[in-house]
Design a protein around this ligand. Sequence first.
Ligand SMILES: [Mg+2]
Length: 416
Amino acid sequence: MLERCEPGTTLAENGGERALDVLVELLPRHWVEAGEPFHTLADEAAWWSDDLPEQWEQSGRSIERRLVDAAVDALRSLSASQGEQVLLNQDLHGDNVLAAEREPWLLIDPKPLVGEREFAGRADRALVRARPLEGRRALPPRPADVRARPRPGARPRVDDRADDGVGVRQRLQRDAHRDRQVAVGGRGVTLRAVLFDVDFTLCRPGPELSAERYARIAARHGITLDTGRYDEAREAAVQNLKRHPELLHDETIWHRFTEEIFIGMGGPESLASECATEIEEGWGVSENFELYEDVLPVLDELRAASLRIAVVSNGIRDLTEFVAHHALDVDVIVDSRSHGRVKPHPTIFQAALNALGVAPGDAVMVGDSLEEDIEGARALGMRAILVDREERHPEIEERLTDLYGLPAALGLARPR
Ligand SMILES: [Mg+2]
């Protein structure tokens, strides 16, 4: 719902003595009957009941257990004894009420929840926020070392964050129980950035880079290749693939790799290098690669959670051009071609972390290669999640078979 709001000054700034009266008048106006898609105060309370003891453990049992038990008891008994259920606004305060023409004051940025009206009547925060001087101080955040578990909530809790105002994307979320099962909690890290490998993590070679390309190029040289032998030839070439001993970026390795496939499909040694050079030209063309369908929606979700994003690749093409071509919304691009070393060398991960401005413990690496992506990142102290699209490594604990599970694995709230 959009309407012009003039002059738009906040109640906190301009309400003066009347601020509390204005809030008290606004409060009951949205107390209407409501159901889906809004989630309930009872769900929220159940989530708190589960989450508080966990947070208590994670914080090193920082307070007496009886206080946690008392809070959990109160949550259970209060949520079970609620009165009439109405639509509540969890975020009524002086910065969310603007001076307008249609009405003297308009409420913005509500955070809806269905529960008893007494909950919304907790005027302490509204009152505090209506007072300009004392009220503007940010409330203390959850301790940085305590990892938040995914919530059932449609919105952040009343008191757990600074208000991010109008224009910031906020999503409803649901299906918290599914989140809970896959979330990997309790690691004592703050997540600030996600690093992605590119090939076979975000994209795969398209038809232009398939066995037919080998055959087509060979045909121009008067040679017939057996496309049926491509998979076997490629697998053998992968087995033979040797990294540079000092992990330098070395494109001759890939040239040899392509030659081996060419020969494995029945091509002659004498033409292998020439044909391999032509075949490799196709690897430099961004449009020859297809993004997996989960990439763009998942990047959007990470963005919505304010995470920084990097791509880190050992590929042999211009990654900046690739990112632009596929409209990938990333902050940092590091490719071994420019960096000079390949994954798993620590400096290539460190270069990305430096450019992102985050510490290894605040970032997660996501990639399809155990050796390059997962072991490389872990050696630096990063968390790493294997993307195992072909389901080759069921033994790996931190593993996803597509990226759709990533937000939950990172403990992010699930959007609708
Ligand atoms: Mg890869």
